[in-house]
Design a protein around this ligand. Structure first.
Ligand code: PMV
Length: 334
């Protein structure tokens, strides 16, 4: 098995110089998968069985500052709160820092601020690892290109490799054992009228992380169907974006999310992210659609929904879901 260390060494081989800065900052947006990633062919390197496709959330994301710590351990501060070393959150970051530490006595202070609603269960870890990798690139003056940064971000969290860009991003699954061909690539079509809204139906923490749940993915008897479906959906989503065909686009995105949840529910032991409140919101969306509103949803590994619609329907969506936070992912991008 190829280790993360091996991959990091390969990427940094010709990029190590001694002109470090003392501190560096970077921002990365959160991203919502429109064609989901579910299932790893290599759990160490976060290599997926299949490609996936996302939309970044503009100004919503994570700002991270990295500096050298005077203490004899790493210091992790998230949203102004010191995070205990033994938490899973801190451990994942420390594990990542172990990969890039110039020597074992160098420690870091990581300070990150997320402006994504915490309860939304949105993959803030994706934005977090992407921002951390960008900040490290500046701190160490690596001068890596975005493709290499995307590979490094993937080692922290799979979907982080898509958070290096704004707008639509495709994560190519790749075939190589070391994952050097598994990274994000922007799909450079703009859709300024597209809106995405975050609908929080529950602030309960989910009972199983996507990392844990994904390990069971290929136990589902439908996993091979999922692989076929993702391939078809990915092609359709890109075509629908190119043609700006919202109804077909929304349908494919919603179908893809429903298929992923069917997969999750048919793994063993079965997992259920959908809560009664999620279902109530889904029924409300379907009813509104029957009455002619072009409104669709997607759902990550959690109970909350992300709504997709066009600018012209903003008032109607606001009236249906007054608490939803509406984002224009192609406007006012930082
Ligand atoms: O990258 P992870 O390990 O947080 O997994 C992300 C899984 C989903 O959000 C459900 C799908 C995706 O493609 O982002």
């Amino acid at each position: 098995m190829i280790s993360k260390h091996h991959v990091v060494q390969k990427i940094l081989k010709n990029h190590n110089n001694l002109n470090y800065f003392s501190t560096a900052s970077a921002f990365a947006p959160a991203n919502i998968a429109l064609c989901k990633y579910w299932g790893k062919r290599d759990a160490e390197l976060n290599l997926p069985y299949h490609s996936s496709f996302s939309l970044s959330l503009g100004k919503l994301g994570v700002q991270t500052t990295i500096s050298f710590a005077q203490e004899d351990h790493d210091i992790i501060i998230s949203n102004n709160q010191m995070i205990a070393q033994e938490t899973e959150f801190a451990q994942r970051i420390i594990e990542f820092l172990n990969l890039i530490r110039p020597n074992k006595h160098t420690y870091f202070q990581i300070q990150s601020t997320a402006n994504i609603p915490i309860a939304a269960g949105l993959a803030s870890s994706a934005a977090g690892f992407a921002a951390l990798v960008k900040a490290c690139n500046r701190l160490f003056n690596w001068r890596l290109d975005k493709q290499e940064l995307s590979i490094l971000a993937r080692l922290g969290s799979g979907s982080a490799c898509r958070s290096l860009w704004h707008g639509f991003v495709e994560w190519h699954a790749g075939l190589a054992h070391d994952g050097m061909d598994s990274y994000g690539e922007p799909f450079t079509v703009q859709w300024p009228e597209l809106r995405i809204a975050i609908l929080i139906v529950s602030s309960q923490p989910k009972n199983i992380s996507s990392r844990q749940a994904m390990k069971l993915a290929s136990d589902s008897p439908f996993y091979h169907c999922w692989l076929t479906k993702v391939e078809t959906d990915l092609t359709a989503i890109k075509r629908n974006i190119l043609n700006q065909e919202f109804l077909l686009f929304g349908r494919t995105v919603e179908e893809n999310a429903l298929a992923m949840h069917a997969l999750i529910q048919t793994s063993w032991p079965p997992i259920q992210y959908t809560l009664p409140a999620t279902l109530a919101a889904i029924q409300k969306i379907w009813q509104a659609r029957e009455q002619g509103l072009a409104l669709f949803f997607t759902q990550d590994a959690g109970a909350n929904l992300q709504l997709l619609f066009l600018q012209q329907d903003t008032l109607q969506v606001q009236a249906l879901f007054p608490t939803a936070q509406i984002i224009a992912p192609f406007l006012n991008v930082p």
